[in-house]
Each structure stands twice: as structure tokens, then as C-alpha cells.
Design a protein around this ligand. Structure first.
Ligand code: SF4
Ligand code: SF4
Length: 217
């Protein structure tokens, strides 16, 4: 068995993508396997034109409404790419000022600030939530794994920004129900060792996938 592979199974009677972990693999290994799914027009994608199209140039485009708190690796890479310090990056026009005031590092949405002509202008650096979201059915344990990786990465950004004095976690501002849910989750994740992995890592290669997998994957 390979150290990591994707397979197609069935979830709630529908074809679904699953992950098999057979050895030591990193988040980067999973990203490398996952990327072709975005470019695969054979897959059934709920919102793609005709349900079978690549994500590139998609007119429905999940980036129009995505709620993105970048994971810490992506956050640092985007700031470096823009030649900005973390403070400058957060103060520039890329983040939702109202949410920042409330202590949430949410990128400017509706559409995402980085969306240009229906294409992501920072595609290779985009956050994990952007990389892993495809509007396909996922096997339950696969969904849980992706969820756990993405939330840990986003929580690490929040913690990093707090630790560096870049945001006030107790800030006040208008909060939606999703913001409140995130804040609650943030408290749950705050002392999670998986968040520490993101805080200590230089890149996705440094983060072992096994830290996020349920025993049955
Ligand atoms: S960063 Fe790129 S992929 Fe992510 S929501 Fe924005 S435009 Fe879409
Ligand atoms: S994942 Fe997003 S970009 Fe890709 S087909 Fe679905 S809605 Fe379109």
C-alpha cells in the first residue's frame, strides 16, 4: 500500500472521495494528491457547469462567498509574496476590517479580495480551506480529516496573530453566527497539539498527516 492514496467509495448512496493513509505522509503529500481533483472534469461537482468541469474559470465559483481565515503557513507565504510584514499585511486592504476589530483574521469576502476575473490571483499560495474545498461528496472520515487540518491551520493563524500582538482577541465588533461559531471553535482548538504543529512548522512538509487522522483511515 502506498503511503497515501485517494480512492472513490460510496457515502450516503453517492460516489465519494476517500483517503487511505499507509505510511508517514505530510500535509504537503495530501495537497499534491488533492490538486488534480480541482482540474478533473470527470468528477461530479455540485456547482460546476454541467456538474462536470474544472474549477478554473468556474462561474458559480465558491470564491464569491468563501469564508476564509487563512492557515498560518499560507498567511506567512502570502505576506512574503506581497513583500509585507505581518502587521502591514493585516493592515492593508486584504482583511475584513470589521472582523479584525472583533479579533477575527478573515480575508475580505464577497468576492474574495484575491479573486480576479474569476481566477484566484494567489493560487499557489492560497489557504488550505481553498485548496481542499471541492464541491464533491467526501467520505465521512476524509471530510473529518480535511476539517481538522483546515481548522487547526486557521486557529494557528489566530493564535499567532494574538501572540504577536497583531490582533486583539477580545476585540468587539459586529459578529455573524458563523463568526461566533468560529470563536467558539477557536477556544476548543486553542490548546490542541495540532495547532502547535502549525505554529512550529515552516511548511506543509513539516506537518505529519497522522496527527489529524482518525484510527479508521
Ligand atoms: S484566496 Fe483564492 S482560492 Fe481562496 S477564496 Fe480567495 S480567490 Fe478563492
Ligand atoms: S469547487 Fe468551487 S470553483 Fe470548483 S466547481 Fe465547485 S464551486 Fe466551482
Amino acid at each position: 500500500m502506498k503511503k497515501l492514496e485517494l480512492y472513490t467509495g460510496t457515502e450516503q448512496g453517492k460516489p465519494a472521495i476517500g483517503i487511505r493513509l499507509g505510511g508517514e505522509a505530510s500535509i504537503q503529500d495530501l495537497l499534491d494528491l488533492w490538486q488534480p481533483l480541482c482540474d478533473d472534469s470527470e468528477l461530479f461537482k455540485s456547482y460546476a457547469a454541467g456538474n462536470h468541469a474544472t474549477c478554473r474559470g468556474c462561474l458559480h465559483n465558491c470564491c464569491q462567498t468563501a469564508y476564509v481565515i487563512p492557515d498560518l503557513i499560507s498567511f506567512k507565504k502570502m505576506a512574503a509574496h506581497l513583500h509585507l510584514t505581518y502587521k502591514e499585511f493585516l493592515s492593508a486592504d486584504f482583511f475584513d476590517a470589521e472582523k479584525l476589530e472583533a479579533g477575527i483574521v478573515r480575508m475580505k469576502p464577497n468576492p474574495c479580495i484575491f479573486l480576479q476575473d474569476n481566477i484566484c490571483s494567489i493560487y499557489p499560495l492560497r489557504s488550505l480551506i481553498c485548496r481542499f474545498y471541492i464541491c464533491c461528496q467526501l467520505m465521512g472520515d476524509c471530510e473529518q480529516l480535511i476539517y481538522s487540518i483546515c481548522w487547526s491551520g486557521s486557529a494557528a493563524t489566530q493564535l499567532f496573530a494574538e501572540q504577536e500582538g497583531l490582533i486583539n482577541s477580545k476585540g468587539s465588533g459586529a459578529l455573524s453566527s458563523f463568526d461566533l461559531m468560529f470563536k467558539r471553535l477557536m477556544e476548543e482548538y486553542r490548546f490542541d497539539p495540532r495547532v502547535q504543529l502549525f505554529l512550529q512548522a515552516n511548511d506543509y512538509y513539516d506537518i505529519p498527516l497522522s496527527a489529524f487522522t482518525a484510527a479508521d483511515i
